[in-house]
Write a protein that binds this ligand. Structure first.
Ligand code: GLC
Length: 592
């Protein structure tokens, strides 16, 4: 059964709906041509890399306290290398009161004691490097913790030199300055009784927003970036980057019909999202990264929330000089297993107006895991393979979420008393929070899924007994081994950077496309339906791509049965099992 999106997901979607209002970056056609030239041989490393998100608290516990840590990650680098991933994005592991599980930072330039030491971190970077794996840090640019020394100073008095590092305003008519709401529920303003002013927080009240219009603050943040780049990190995932600036006049946001999961009136995020000044800051940050240029030029991945093509595309920068890989949430928000919908979304982003290189993902620490979102309860493993095949063969950089390679599913809290994530407490039962998608990585079928010797901070789902690394490593037909084959495949031939050319575009069941570069062509056919399909691939001229054009079947799924029958029929038709995957190398189309 498809699980409906929680209200939190709708709130994020709403956020994106407002993006169009402010985004108007013009893209020059010449820049678009350069960026679109995917066949260039000097493509930067991040275009070919497979990225893998790790939630450190939940990946591997090395010291038996039930919480994952840096040394735990280091101990699993061989596994990650064997899987084939090239770069790890670590969600925040800095000192933090953990109100938002690390997204409330109290020191940007240190490692939280519960996750280890700076020496452990340096060892992780060095050991990862030995295995050609890069480390990407999460850079929370929009806000700090309310316990950060900067905020404590800012709050201490109206005259403090750091007062202006945050957004302070007088109240209005005995209440907050305006109707802006926090994405995490209720007013986005909190009164500080001592100085009798309100501070702005787009997320929790414990996460005051920084004022990027203050030059000293901006410099301090750029210094943070340099600090980590000097330690050898290969870039950043910029948290909530669209929310960096707000309307200086703090005008009320338009009110929409209805109420949200927190019982507040719905509002459009018109005056506090994707404000144009964000582009200036992104260019400056890119310039900081440019100081570390070379073969391994660092990368910026942006949490540019939403699904507004124009707004997210603008985050590449008018001269492709801002975020190299803005995240679109197209797949994350699509709660429907539909060939037609995916075809539309891929086509949209493949032709994004900036001509920027695409990044795709299904799941992360804020989204219900896609094993559950797309699973039908009967063919879940086959569907997980189908989705993996799409993610890893379309044109663009894939971003995986730890555990998706073993078919890890959500384990949402059953009672409000069990909830850790504050939005699950505020929004229960409509909003259960994000604990469900953050449960421990499932390493084996033993106690605590092999994650820890102690009771883990969150409980893995029961399915860990079958869906875990140890069991799946032994099974040639497992989801894990399918991911490994796909990752290996995408490092070769046209999957790396070849063009994406959709075929049979009116087929409601089979999503199919060609990947082409000067040397290679490949056909990918993905059966999104639960029925066997007779699929006849056609080229751009409507001519069947027959068996003669296929040199070699590169990969096909067994849909769990181990069946290896030859799918190609006599009449240029491929018999595709329910949720089947068929990938074949083709002879050059010009030779046909
Ligand atoms: C981002 C993070 C999310 C966090 C929020 C506030 O959306 O992905 O986990 O709660 O920012 O920092």
């Amino acid at each position: 059964m498809l699980k409906p999106f929680s209200i939190r997901r709708s709130a994020l979607a709403l956020l994106s709906a407002s993006c169009a209002f402010f985004s108007s970056v013009a893209i020059s056609p010449s820049q678009a041509a350069v960026a679109g030239d995917s066949a260039q041989t000097t493509a930067p490393w991040w275009q070919h890399a497979v990225f893998y998100e790790i939630y450190p608290r939940s990946f591997k516990d090395s010291n038996g306290d039930g919480i994952g840590d840096i040394n735990g990650i280091t101990s699993k680098l061989d596994y990650l290398h064997d899987l084939g991933v090239d770069a790890l994005w670590l969600t925040p592991c800095y000192p933090s009161p953990q109100v938002d599980f690390g997204y409330d930072i109290s020191d940007y330039c240190a490692i939280a004691p519960e996750y280890g030491t700076m020496a452990d971190f340096d060892r992780l970077v060095a050991e990862a490097k030995k295995r050609n794996i890069k480390i990407i840090m999460d850079f929370v640019v929009n806000h700090t913790s309310d316990k950060h020394p900067w905020f404590l100073a800012s709050k201490s008095s109206k005259d403090d030199p750091k007062r202006d590092w945050y957004i302070w305003r007088d109240g209005k008519n005995g209440g907050p300055p305006n109707n802006w709401q926090s994405l995490f529920g209720h007013s986005a303003w909190k009164l500080d009784p001592k100085t009798n002013q309100y501070y702005y927080h787009f997320f929790y009240a414990e996460q005051p927003d920084l004022n990027w219009r203050n030059p000293e603050l901006k410099k301090a943040m750029m210094d943070v970036a340099s600090f980590w780049l000097k330690r050898g990190v290969a870039g950043f995932r910029l948290d909530a980057v669209g929310c960096l600036f707000e309307d200086p006049q703090v005008r009320d946001n338009p009110v929409l019909p209805g109420t949200n999961a927190f019982g507040d009136p719905n509002t459009e995020f018109k005056y506090n999202d994707h404000y144009p000044e964000v582009h200036d800051v992104m260019r400056e940050l890119r310039a900081v990264l440019d100081n570390f240029a070379g073969a391994d030029h660092p990368v910026l991945i942006g949490e540019t929330s939403g699904s507004d093509v124009k707004a997210i595309s603008a985050m590449y920068g008018a001269n492709l000089d801002e975020i190299q890989l803005p995240m679109n949430f197209f797949f994350a928000y699509l709660n429907k297993r539909s060939a037609a919908e995916f075809r539309k979304l891929i086509a949209q982003w493949d032709a994004n107006p900036a001509g920027g290189w695409p990044l795709y993902f299904f799941s992360n620490h804020d989204q219900i895991r896609h094993y559950i979102r797309y699973g039908d309860g009967v063919h879940n493993d086959a569907i997980a393979k189908l989705m993996a095949a799409m993610l890893l063969t379309i044109r663009g950089t894939p971003l995986m979420y730890y555990g998706e390679e073993i078919g890890e599913e959500n384990n949402d809290p059953k009672k409000v008393e069990d909830v850790f994530d504050p939005i699950g407490k505020i929004g229960w039962p409509k909003e259960k929070g994000r604990d469900g998608e953050r449960t421990p990585m499932q390493w084996n079928a033993g106690e605590h899924a092999g994650f820890s010797t102690a009771k883990p901070w969150l409980t893995p789902p029961e399915s860990y007994r079958t869906h875990n690394v140890a069991e799946e490593s032994k099974d040639p037909h497992s989801i894990l081994n399918f991911y490994k084959s796909l990752i290996k495949l995408r490092k070769e031939g046209p999957f790396k950077s070849g063009q994406y050319e959709p075929i049979n575009t009116s087929d409601p069941n089979v999503l199919a496309y060609l990947r082409k570069d000067e040397n290679d062509n490949a056909l990918v056919a993905l059966n999104f339906s639960d029925k066997e399909q007779d699929f006849k691939p056609l080229d751009a001229n409507g001519k069947p791509i027959g068996i003669l054009a296929l040199q070699k079947v590169l990969l096909k799924s067994d849909t769990g049965s181990g069946d290896t029958k030859d799918w190609y029929q006599g009449d240029d038709t491929i018999k595709m099992p329910a949720f089947g995957v068929f990938i074949a190398k083709m002879e050059s189309l010009s030779k046909q």
